[in-house]
Design a protein around this ligand. Structure first.
Ligand code: ADP
Ligand code: MG
Ligand code: ZN
Length: 476
């Protein structure tokens, strides 16, 4: 049987506020356990939560950046469950009235544009962390993370393949970073994802029963977990069985998912409106004010790069992955006046060197003005593209500018006809047999002579001139 996968994702993104969502404790990563806590976030009886204004601003910003409707009035709800990392016995979340609803995000997979609906985005608090001692018979609880502001971004079941799911997550991450509401760092657990997946016979319009895989924390794992689920569910269906609606976990050492518990229903949580917090009421002016702080987003920037700089879609897509990368590009393109050449160097040599060291563009030892300076020297014929590779690596190592390196190392391109003719004469004299063969019709030997001349000039001879002059001299 041929199946189509139906996938919906729930993403938890940590908002990059300085303090927690309902108290003034610092949000910090990697601090000593239980040092960023107070009576509110450890759930002492009788305390009252006070909402962090910045968290509201950030979620509205996210809603606006993903085409959501911003509810002018929204409300918190208690989601009741017991777990040692949740001292209150309930999580403050949102249920019927989230801050944002009915949004969308566009992704491109295999050249196809697809629109993925966003059902809702709501605010909630994070729980603490249980630390299970290896070999011991006790567990410890660290509440530093309890009360950290999260937003949950729920997608419609619009995704159809693991590739689309990964692309959607990357797009979401890119948007959150552009608007500076979350660093969306998966490694730190600031961007986590629950995967909902079901299969249906290809062509069918109804949905099958889904499984939910909780808390997957890398793009690769999302891909692997989905691939595994597609295989697992297809086998059950092929054998005439029924997929059980349940919550599963992903084991990244074996690339498999396994059952954790039967799926909870909303009523299991006994949601009810949070009595300690007033509704969030937002004025149109506030929304407009936040809208004004949204920068040009990745999609808009990508199409502008294609229009303004004449870049291929792919280059534009790559160069707008982060705001910093795009800004670097625009500065170098402007200074050099050669946008496509800048793109080639950035996507080729620069990314190669940076990726090898896992560096971000902000840390590049070659600043945009230096890259532009080198590209100008190529354009003016001072250095050849080949020599430029050497100059580029030296710039990367030393941080010096191209002109200084070229001068120090005597790398200026030789465009003096007399000097090149002299080298050519020497090369021909040294290779009489090849010369005779060439004249007898072995034209492939032309490349050999070009190579010899370039080698003799230590790569500095102007390649165009070498070509022209060689053609003449070899046939004389
Ligand atoms: P819950 O909170 O219980 O997980 P929701 O109804 O809010 O339930 O759905 C959560 C996610 O599951 C959403 O992202 C939605 O798109 C996705 N989803 C719902 N039904 C299906 C289905 N049949 N197959 C795949 N995904 C689904
Ligand atoms: Mg869910
Ligand atoms: Zn606190």
């Amino acid at each position: 049987m041929n199946y189509e996968a139906v996938i919906g994702l729930e993403v938890h993104a940590q908002l990059q506020t300085n303090t927690k969502i309902f108290c003034s404790c610092e949000t910090a990563f990697g601090e000593e356990a239980n040092t960023r806590t107070c009576p509110v976030c450890i759930g002492m009886p009788g305390v009252l939560p006070v909402l962090n204004r910045k968290a509201v601003e950030y979620i509205i910003k996210t809603g606006l950046a993903t085409d959501c409707t911003i509810n002018r009035s929204s409300r918190f709800a208690r989601k009741n469950y017991f777990y040692p990392d949740l001292p209150k016995g309930y999580q403050i979340s949102q249920y019927e009235l989230p801050v944002c609803e009915h949004g969308k995000v566009e992704i491109v997979v295999d050249g196809q544009v697809r629109t993925i609906g966003i059902t809702r985005i709501h605010l909630e608090e994070d729980a603490g962390k249980n630390l299970h001692q290896s070999g011991g018979n006790s567990s410890l609880v660290d509440l530093n993370r309890a009360g950290t502001p999260l937003m949950e971004i729920v997608s419609e079941p619009d995704l159809r393949t693991p590739e689309e799911a990964t692309e959607y997550l990357k797009k979401l991450r890119s948007i959150l970073r552009y608007i500076e509401v979350s660093d969306a760092d998966m490694e730190k657990g600031n961007f986590r994802c629950d995967i909902n997946i079901s299969l249906r016979p290809a062509g069918s319009t109804t949905f099958g029963t889904r499984a939910e895989v909780k808390n997957v924390n890398s793009f690769k794992f999302v891909q692997k977990a989905l691939e595994y689920e597609i295989k697992r569910q297809a086998q059950i269906l092929d054998e005439g069985g029924k997929v059980v609606q349940e919550t599963r976990l992903f084991d990244s050492s074996k690339n498999v998912t396994f059952s954790m518990r039967s799926k909870e229903e909303a009523h299991d949580y006994r949601y009810f409106p949070e009595p300690d917090l007033v509704p969030i009421v937002t004025s149109q002016e506030t929304i407009d004010g936040i809208k004004a702080t949204i920068p040009e987003l990745p999609d808009a920037k990508r199409s502008r790069f294609v229009r303004t700089y004449g870049l291929p879609e792919y280059d534009a897509y790559m160069l707008t992955q982060t705001k910093a990368l795009a800004a670097y590009y625009e500065e170098a393109a402007g200074l050099s006046g050669q946008p496509k050449v800048v793109s080639n160097w950035m996507m080729g040599e620069l990314m190669r060197l940076m990726n090898a060291e896992n560096r971000e563009i902000e840390e590049s030892p070659i600043r945009p003005d230096k890259l532009a300076g080198m590209i100008k020297m190529i354009g003016e014929g001072t250095i050849s593209t080949k020599i430029a590779k050497t100059v580029f690596e030296e710039m990367y190592k030393s941080g010096k500018d191209a002109a200084t390196i070229v001068k120090e190392q005597g790398l200026t391109q030789v465009s003096d006809t007399g000097a090149i003719e002299k080298i050519i004469a020497e090369v021909i004299a040294a290779n009489p047999a090849q010369h005779a063969d060439y004249k007898a019709g072995k034209e492939k030997l032309f490349g050999f002579f070009v190579g010899q001349v370039m080698k003799a000039s230590k790569g500095k001879a102007n390649p165009d001139l070498v070509n022209d002059l060689l053609k003449k001299k070899l046939n004389e």
